[in-house]
Design a protein around this ligand. Structure first.
Ligand code: UDP
Ligand code: MG
Length: 140
């Protein structure tokens, strides 16, 4: 079985639109347990660091500006097969392609302002979890 944890961020667009509660509800209903959570805001530097893998992509500047534009909710989620199942729950990057009922289909505005992040591998889930949380902030 693959790893049991993934890292999510409810992005500034969804926070500003008042969707924190609805999104967390859907995450819990899908069987994910919240083991760490914080309401925070990324500086430009931290947003740039988080998305460093996309540094060469044409949308990187816009992405960093967007992700540092307002508060976010960051959380570590636990469930069997967490990474893959959470990617299914959030839907495709572009909400126009996201399956009906997925979080992005319901709450994302467009491919950039797409409501929520989900780790893409167990390895990145570990790295991204440590980016946002220290050991004493994680509750099993
Ligand atoms: N993004 C964008 N334009 C694109 C592709 C991605 O603005 O053409 C943004 C979007 O916010 C996305 C993030 O960059 O969620 C990271 O891109 P990735 O391909 O990793 O998508 P994700 O893993 O979030 O589905
Ligand atoms: Mg990604």
């Amino acid at each position: 079985m693959s790893g049991t944890r993934t890292l999510t961020m409810i992005k500034p667009d969804a926070v500003a639109a008042g969707h924190i509660g609805a999104i967390l509800h859907q995450i819990n209903e899908a069987g994910f347990k919240i083991v760490a959570m914080k309401y925070t805001k990324l500086s430009k530097e931290k947003a740039g660091e988080f998305y460093e893998v996309h540094k060469e992509r044409p949308f990187y500047g816009e992405l960093v500006d967007f992700m540092s534009s307002g508060p976010i909710v960051a959380a570590i989620l636990e469930k069997s097969n967490a990474v893959e199942d959470f990617r299914k729950l959030i839907g495709a990057t572009n909400p126009a392609d996201a399956a009906p009922g997925t979080i992005r289909a319901k709450f994302a505005k467009n491919i950039g302002e797409n409501a929520i992040h989900g780790s893409d591998s167990d390895e990145n889930a570990m790295i991204e979890g440590s980016f946002h949380f220290g050991g004493v902030e994680i509750f099993k």
